[in-house]
Design a protein around this ligand. Structure first.
Ligand SMILES: NC(=O)c1ccc[n+]([C@@H]2O[C@H](COP(=O)([O-])OP(=O)(O)OC[C@H]3O[C@@H](n4cnc5c(N)ncnc54)[C@H](OP(=O)(O)O)[C@@H]3O)[C@@H](O)[C@H]2O)c1
Ligand SMILES: [Zn+2]
Ligand SMILES: [Zn+2]
Length: 347
C-alpha cells in the first residue's frame, strides 16, 4: 500500500484539514503519480458541502491534477517513470458499453468512476482526489501533458478546460458564429479562451463590473453586464450558441431570448435548484436548451494538445493547501482570478 498525505473534509459543515490514508499498490495497468498541482473547481465546494446530496465522507476533493509518474505497473505500455501527466474528473468506467466504446466514458451506462466522491468498480472502495501527494490511476485514464508548459496553469484544463472545450466542439462553434459565455469564473474564462481560439465572436456575460477589463484581455469581443436589462436586450436574437457556466441559481430565460432561431444554450454550471423555463422561449424560434458533462479521455487529450499548440493555459492564483478553506470562500464570492491551484509541495 502507498501511504498518502491529503486534505479532507468529514462533514458538510467541516473545514478541510490534514488526513492520511493508503492508496492501492500499483496493479498491472496502474500508474502512480506524484501530484505537483491540483486546481480548485467549484464542484469541489458543491460536493465538500453536500450541495448535490450525494457526498461520501471523509472526502478528499480535487480533479484537476498534474504531476510526474513515479511508478508503473508491469502491463503499462503508454507511460514511463518521469513522464509529466494529468488526471481529470474520472479514473475508471466499464470500458465496454456503447458510450465507453465511443470514447465518451463520462456518459458510461454503468456510471463512470469519479476521481473522488465515488466508488471504485468493486462497489465499496471510495475514491480520493487530488488534494493529496500521490494518486494511483489505470493508464487508460491518465493524460499526457507537455512538460514545457506552466504545469500549475495546465492543471485547470483537466476539468475547467475540457468542460468548456467539449460543448464548443460538439455544437460546432467556428469562425463566423456568435457565442455567449455566461459567468467569468474558472470554467467561464476557459470558455472565452477556447471560443476565441476557434474563431467565434465571443461575448462575456458577467455580474461583476470589475471583471470587464479582464474579460477583454482574455479575448472577449464584447462584455455585457447581465444585471442591466438594457445591455441584455440590446443583444436579443443575435446568438448562435450560449454556454452557461454559472454555479448558483439564476434565470436562464433572458439568455434564451438572446438566441437566434435554431440557437442552442448549453448548461455546464450545476446550481442546486431546478430551473424554470418559459416554453415559448424555446418554441417560438425552435431553440434548444441542453447540458454537457466534462469530456471523454480521447477528447481531453485532444484539448490538451490543442492548448499546447495554441499556447492556452488557465489564469491562476497558486495557494498552499493550508489556504484551501479561505480559497473556497473567495470562489463563492466570485473573487477568483480565475482559478485557484494548490501547490502540493505545501502538504
Ligand atoms: N458540467 C460539468 O461537467 C461541470 C464541470 C465542472 C464544473 N461544473 C460546474 O460549473 C459551475 C461553475 O464552476 P466554476 O469552477 O467555473 O465556478 P466559479 O469559478 O465559481 O465560476 C462561477 C461564476 O458564475 C458567476 N456567478 C456566481 N454566482 C452567481 C449568481 N448568483 N448569479 C449569476 N452569476 C453568478 C460568477 O461569474 P461573474 O462574476 O462573471 O458573474 C462566477 O465567477 C459549478 O456549478 C460547477 O459545479 C460543471
Ligand atoms: Zn471540476
Ligand atoms: Zn461504460
Amino acid at each position: 500500500m502507498i501511504l498518502t498525505k491529503a486534505f479532507a473534509t468529514i462533514s458538510p459543515k467541516s473545514p478541510l484539514g490534514p488526513f492520511q490514508f493508503e492508496r492501492r499498490s500499483p496493479r498491472e495497468n496502474d500508474v502512480v503519480i506524484d501530484v505537483a498541482y491540483c486546481g480548485v473547481c467549484h464542484s469541489d465546494i458543491h460536493q465538500a458541502r453536500d450541495e448535490w446530496g450525494n457526498s461520501i465522507y471523509p472526502m478528499v476533493p480535487g480533479h484537476e491534477i498534474v504531476g510526474t509518474v513515479s511508478q508503473v505497473g508491469k502491463g503499462v505500455s503508454y507511460f514511463n517513470v518521469g513522464d509529466t501527466v494529468g488526471v481529470g474528473c474520472l479514473v475508471d468506467s466499464c470500458r465496454e458499453c456503447p458510450a465507453c466504446h465511443e470514447s465518451l466514458e463520462q456518459y458510461c451506462e454503468h456510471g463512470m468512476v469519479g476521481t473522488y466522491n465515488s466508488m471504485e468498480r468493486d462497489g465499496h472502495t471510495p475514491t480520493y482526489g487530488g488534494y493529496s501527494n500521490k494518486i494511483v490511476v489505470r493508464e487508460e485514464f491518465v493524460l499526457k501533458v507537455d512538460p514545457s508548459l506552466n504545469l500549475a496553469a495546465v492543471a485547470p484544463l483537466l476539468c475547467a478546460g475540457i468542460t468548456t472545450y467539449s460543448p464548443l466542439r460538439h455544437w460546432n462553434v467556428t469562425q463566423g458564429k456568435k457565442v455567449g459565455i455566461v459567468g467569468l469564473g474558472g470554467l467561464g474564462h476557459m470558455g472565452v479562451k477556447f471560443s476565441k481560439a476557434l474563431g467565434a465572436q465571443t461575448v462575456v456575460f458577467t455580474t461583476s463590473e470589475s471583471k470587464r477589463k479582464d474579460a477583454e484581455r482574455l479575448g472577449a469581443h464584447q462584455v455585457v453586464l447581465s444585471t442591466r436589462s438594457d445591455e441584455m436586450e440590446s443583444q436579443n436574437n443575435s446568438f448562435d450558441f450560449i454556454l452557461d457556466t454559472v454555479s448558483a441559481p439564476h434565470d436562464v430565460n433572458p439568455y434564451l431570448q438572446l438566441l437566434k432561431r435554431d440557437g442552442q444554450m448549453v448548461l455546464v454550471g450545476v446550481p442546486t435548484q431546478p430551473l424554470t423555463v418559459a416554453p415559448t422561449n424555446l418554441i417560438l424560434s425552435r431553440k434548444s436548451l441542453a447540458g454537457s458533462l466534462i469530456g471523454g479521455i480521447k477528447e481531453t487529450q485532444e484539448m490538451l494538445d490543442f492548448c499546447a499548440k495554441h499556447k492556452i493555459v488557465s489564469d491562476i492564483e497558486i495557494i498552499p493547501i493550508q489556504k484551501i478553506n479561505e480559497a473556497y470562500e473567495r470562489v463563492i464570492r466570485s473573487d477568483v482570478k480565475y482559478r485557484f491551484v494548490i501547490d502540493m509541495n505545501s502538504l
